[in-house]
Design a protein around this ligand. Sequence first.
Ligand SMILES: NC(=O)c1ccc[n+]([C@@H]2O[C@H](COP(=O)([O-])OP(=O)(O)OC[C@H]3O[C@@H](n4cnc5c(N)ncnc54)[C@H](OP(=O)(O)O)[C@@H]3O)[C@@H](O)[C@H]2O)c1
Length: 251
Amino acid sequence: MAGVVESVGKDVTLFQKGDQVYALGTGTGNSINFGCYAEYKCMPEDAVVTHKPANLSFQEAAAVPVGARTALHYLRKTTLKPGQKVLVYGASGSVGSYAVQLARHFGAQVSGVCSAANAELVKSLGAAHVVDYTKAGFTKELESYDVIFIAIDRFSFPASFKYLKPDGVYLNVTAPVKSLPMRLASLSGKQKICAGEMIPRKKEDLVYLKELLEAGKIKPIIDRTYPLEQIVEAHRYVDLGHKKGNVAITI
Ligand SMILES: NC(=O)c1ccc[n+]([C@@H]2O[C@H](COP(=O)([O-])OP(=O)(O)OC[C@H]3O[C@@H](n4cnc5c(N)ncnc54)[C@H](OP(=O)(O)O)[C@@H]3O)[C@@H](O)[C@H]2O)c1
């Protein structure tokens, strides 16, 4: 979410009335309780909330804390070196569009898998190669990668894992837990497999992303914006599974 601070408690030092902020909805512990479809939200100042990147609209800023943090968390499981090859599968969605940009920022050579309709978008985010998953035999265009980043769970583990280098890292943001084939592969090889991670809620991540956003290193892609009154239509659209980047709700 993103918005303007309406009032602060007497002990608050980090924020004042009128500050423009962006934040991750507060849950208890690791519970998912985003609670951001609201006019007002009360948060402790040590929550995952910080000042909004100055160059972003509220809609754009609201589209950062979940998708970009997710991509950042997984990419930090790697030690990407300049020139290493990263494949992002589902490169045109929310997590995928951030993964392409962050991997590029870390110096990687990025290949993105998306449909032809999104090829230009994914290239504009920094992908050197784009592979169209709707074409029969698209896997023939794949190479061997240092990192495979699965943002959309439509490329099975056995089918995708064979494109990972022997010392590569496999990342899957979609799997709730490691599947049996993933666990067996983690036991047997040198490759690292990260899936089903609980992402720590850290304010520092939003501060770090703000710096990248303000420096123009990454940007949120907003496909559509809906007013809160059309929240049902917004969810229906997202549930089709074909949004480009993110959908924002305005209040
Ligand atoms: N969004 C978040 O903040 C977040 C955070 C943590 C975890 N997750 C998880 O990460 C996964 C991705 O979420 P998301 O919100 O990033 O997805 P999303 O934005 O809804 O993904 C939409 C994109 O997926 C592409 N796509 C659809 N079918 C595809 C296929 N068969 N192969 C390749 N690309 C395909 C679509 O491109 P085309 O229209 O070209 O098909 C579209 O651009 C989900 O499992 C979600 O639960 C998301």
